[in-house]
Design a protein around this ligand. Sequence first.
Ligand code: ZN
Length: 146
Amino acid sequence: MRVLFILAILLTGCFQMDEPICYLDAHCDVSHVDDYRQDEIQALVWNQVYGRDDVPPPVTWVLRGDCPDGPGFSVYSGGCAVGIYRPAEGQVWVTVTPEKWESYAHEMLHALLDRDGRRDHDHTEPEWETLYPTALQSLRELGVLQ
Ligand SMILES: [Zn+2]
């Protein structure tokens, strides 16, 4: 479980202070379309599991990133990320992959913590051991995550 958690961190990229460069130079194909059962999953993750009743951060779906060796988009710190939370805009970015809802749950937890005044890019807050696994389990039970 711990290995999976660390792997998830690496895959989702947690460069909270970073910016996706594809947003600025249009090398990534992005969409703001509310799709992929987002309303249903937002209600499950943001409202039910995370216990929030405020408006969740908007999600930008990266349909085609600019990373040469796999899915994801370039970030200014170097390398690629499949998901990112952008605190300056309060936005979540997620690359459309089969594991997109895992990235979504991850970045939405960053957003939750940020709204609580805890910008936890190191994943040291207790919610990573409680809320996050619960969200993933709920997504598996819904059938949208393996
Ligand atoms: Zn993270």
